[in-house]
Design a protein. Sequence first.
Length: 258
Amino acid sequence: MPYATTADECRIAYQVRGDGQPLVLLAGQSNNHTWWDPILEDFERYRLITLDWRGTGASDKPDEVYSTRGFAADVVAVLDAMGLDRAHVYGTSMGGRVAQWLAIDYAERVQALVLGCTSPGAKHGYERSQEIRKALAADQSQRVLLELMYTPAWLAQNPGPYYVLGDTTMPSYAKGRHLVASDKHDAWDGLPSIQAPTLVLHGSDDIFSPAANAELLAERIPNARAERIHGARHAYFHEFREVASPLVLAFLDAQDRA
């Protein structure tokens, strides 16, 4: 497995599949690259780049402050290790928060941007309710998380395995570091500087990261548009892949032709 080394000497494990235009896929909080496994084949026309966030998977797990802005620098270290000047970027959940910083701090590295089920940050965005936070902290948190990710009908027909419930190999301190990094995300002031064409996707029934964040981001980012996927919850990209993946592909195709 290849590794990129960051400026602070952290090794970031990354994975590369296929050929074509590079597309970086960024996973959610406390998850590694397997977050994307169920839908990788949807994007097989691209050279797909995934990674394990620091604190997850095969990457180093330093016990220090993490941030979404710092995670963006880790992604750039991967691009540098691969010798890539630019790539399309598709980030979901916390990965979407990181993708915002990529497009703000490293504008020249992002050709097109897709932000899924994400938020500009708690200070200006719409956050999950205290009831949800309490439920996630309770003993039945895994079931609560599943029901936030998927519809009951889909869960009844799909007993697993599930790829969006977190990296079970993470040390507890790393989980805490991820939680704080995501909670402290605030890219609001930088969003108007994003130059990359941007598509914002969100499940219409997402209350984990409330759906109203989609329009909020699209209004704040120049040359952006928002699409809600009807009936979908947080993991819209998986359960509603037959709708979501074609939307992303059509958007990226349009940028490749531009």
